[in-house]
Write a protein that binds this ligand. Structure first.
Ligand code: PEP
Ligand code: MN
Length: 347
């Protein structure tokens, strides 16, 4: 159930609704918007929900409406919120915050992996000068082979913080295990849940406990519905600042590394109020396809893009084949502008 409170509801009103929910065995989850305050009732469906609990809630002065959400992903579901969710990225000191989910398309760019201080700082300056507003870079890397470069770990996080300090760009980086969530939160403005961890429920619960925004990438063979339910774990923990990221799914088609499912954009928009970004780098695995898919992503309504960029992709320690050099990224940014404009957005 979702309880929508009347405009101007006070703390005492919120407490009254929360107490009533607890009495019936639910845990209340509060979202205070500028326009509206809503309380989601989390917990096992109560048999008396429709006949007893809802009428009792409705009888409270502050309650505007009680909605029954039929979907298993209640907080993620579009029914639970009136409009699209927008939130700021850039909570750390030194970050220039940017809003995701609004008119502006958020461009996240940077290397697949943080390799050294110089590589990261050079890339950060360049992508910022080209118009990117978030820096990406993997410090903990989920590599298919245990013999491949596994990332710099904590040292990589420190370079990300240095790059933020130097450029003002908020940073996004992957966290792979629950035990490292606290550490990564100290450095990251956005926590990335990698495709291989989309259904790592302990990890999802842990990032749900913190207040750093989260990007949840689509699992390699996950359906949209499974992805929505995975995101629900994070919101159910109280972290409402979640974005989806479509990064390609496994199909029979070998001409690309994965098949970038752009129809996930309208599918997610129909099902959820949360923003969605596209990763055309992992999604195609091919540098020569990144520009075309980026344009298509903006045209079909994506709220942002995350793109791999390296000063020398041929020397990259991971994913060089799908990485743009700095000149190519600058060129792409200029090509994306008229497309964003055509769909009523800015870059
Ligand atoms: C990445 O962003 O470099 C990455 C490993 O992503 P994914 O989890 O989508 O494979
Ligand atoms: Mn990569």
């Amino acid at each position: 159930m979702i309880i929508i409170l009347k405009h101007g509801a006070s703390d005492a009103d919120i407490d009254a609704v929360s107490e009533k929910l607890k009495e019936h065995g639910y845990s209340p989850n509060l979202t205070r918007g500028v326009e509206q305050t809503i309380i989601a009732a989390i917990g096992a469906p109560n048999l008396a929900e429709k006949d007893l609990v809802a009428p009792q809630l409705q009888a409270l002065d502050a309650v505007e409406e009680v909605l029954f959400v039929s979907k298993p992903y209640k907080l993620v579901s579009r029914e639970s919120r009136p409009g699209p969710t927008e939130f700021a990225i850039g909570q750390h000191k030194g970050s220039t915050p940017v809003t995701l989910g609004g008119k502006q398309i958020v461009m996240m760019a940077g290397p697949c992996s943080v390799e050294n201080r110089e590589q990261l700082l050079d890339t950060a300056q360049m992508v910022r000068d080209a118009g990117a507003t978030v820096l990406r870079g993997g410090a903990y890397k989920p590599r298919t082979s245990p013999y491949d470069f596994q990332g710099l770990g904590l040292e990589g996080l420190q370079y990300l913080a240095a790059a933020r300090e130097a450029t003002g760009l908020p940073v996004i980086t992957e966290v792979m295990t629950p035990a490292l969530v606290e550490q990564v939160c100290e450095y990251a403005d956005v926590l990335q849940i990698g495709a291989r961890n989309m259904q790592n429920y302990d990890l999802l619960r842990e990032v749900g406990r913190c207040r750093t925004p989260v990007m949840i990438k689509r699992g390699l063979s996950a359906t949209v519905e499974e992805w929505l339910k995975a995101a629900e774990y994070i919101l159910a923990g109280g972290n409402m600042n979640v974005m989806f990221c479509e990064r390609g799914i496994r199909t029979y088609e070998p001409s690309t590394r994965f098949t970038l499912d752009l129809s996930a954009v309208p599918a997610i928009k129909r099902a959820s109020h949360l923003p969605i970004v596209i990763d055309p780098s992992q999604g195609t695995g091919r540098r020569d396809m990144v520009a075309a898919m980026s344009k298509a992503a903006i045209a079909c309504g994506a709220d942002g893009l995350i793109i791999e960029v390296h000063p020398h992709p041929e020397d990259a320690l991971s994913d060089g084949q799908q990485t743009l050099d700095t000149k190519q990224f600058t060129q792409l940014m200029s090509e994306l502008k008229p497309i964003a404009q055509a769909v009523g957005r800015t870059i």
